[in-house]
Design a binder for this molecule. Structure first.
Ligand code: SF4
Length: 295
């Protein structure tokens, strides 16, 4: 951020968000759609007590198939003050949450840091940065003393696919650079009694018609990251939402063959430190009701 020109993410809109919103759809007011215990993240994040998940409105990536499109594209949510956001974090901690899970936080990083500074002495649980992967290194560096766990997507290797589905042709460049910085910040994953305390989880959602792209991502991970420096979460829960109807090739569920092809390739490469989803996990229940609960 220079002279109020927002450059928090690779879009680099350079707008003054005191006056207008950028590509993410958000001005400088924090908006939240839901804050509640969530049980559908990876087991080391949700555990039995749940992850204290805060769903922010708006998004800097806005994939055409987003399952949370009412938030990301339509910006459903309620404006909250910095003070209220701090209270929300502490209320989730009081409810027994394993962590504070910030969902789509990129466009609010500067504000979240101030909130975490304000409640630093009272917040005892890890903070999770749960993003779509379209991140800038400089923004990730800002999180060094604030975030313990990164849930980082690597969605695309191919620039054309990244452009077609997320209008972000430089997605892989930024996502791959960011994951290296995240690992540098957190160090290798630390899990105690089944619950993650520090580290990076790399998520990849296999898309219909995208198994070759998924395998390119696995190749990159294999050649560029140390195997013990991250946990891999290979997801098959794709369900066609929102504007996927405009792209017939992704307007369907993933087939068992497609997912198993990618899964077997991961196993072949020895990328077995992580989570592989069962076919039955492709359900709409993964998407909670966005009804301002806890806000
Ligand atoms: S955070 Fe929003 S306004 Fe800032 S650069 Fe990214 S898309 Fe643009």
């Amino acid at each position: 951020m220079v002279d109020n020109e927002c450059t928090l993410c690779p879009r680099e809109c350079k707008v003054n968000r005191d006056i207008v919103a950028g590509y993410c759809g958000c001005d400088n007011k924090i908006r939240v759609a839901r804050a509640a215990l969530h049980f559908w993240e990876e087991p080391c994040i949700s555990g039995e007590k749940g992850s204290g998940t805060v769903f922010f409105s708006g998004c800097n990536l806005r994939c055409c198939y987003c399952q949370n499109y009412t938030l990301s594209h339509q910006r459903f949510g309620k404006e909250v003050s910095s003070e209220r956001l701090g209270e929300i974090f502490l209320e989730l901690q009081d409810k027994g949450a394993n962590n504070i899970n910030l969902v789509t936080p990129t466009h609010y990083v500067d504000k979240i840091i101030k909130v975490l500074d304000n409640i630093r002495k009272d917040l005892k649980i890890p903070v999770v940065y749960n993003c779509g992967g379209y991140e800038k290194i400089n923004t990730i560096k800002m999180l060094k003393d604030y975030v313990d766990i990164f849930l980082h997507d690597i969605k695309y290797y191919d620039n054309e696919r990244a452009f077609k589905y997320s209008s972000a042709p430089d997605y892989f460049k930024h996502s791959s650079e960011a994951v290296n910085e995240m690992i540098r910040i957190t160090g290798n994953p630390i899990i105690k009694d089944g619950i993650m305390k520090k580290g990076v989880i790399i998520r990849h959602l296999v898309l219909p018609g995208g198994k070759e792209d998924s395998m390119s991502i696995l190749n990159w991970i294999n050649h560029n990251l140390k195997k013990d420096s991250y946990i891999l979460s290979l997801m098959n829960q794709y369900t066609p939402y929102y504007k996927s109807i405009e792209h017939p090739e992704i307007n369907r569920r993933l087939t068992t063959y497609e997912y198993e092809k990618v899964l077997n390739y991961a196993i072949e490469l020895g990328l077995t430190n992580g989570y592989m989803q069962e076919r039955s996990s492709a359900k709409k229940e993964y998407t909670p009701e966005f009804d301002l609960t806890g806000v």
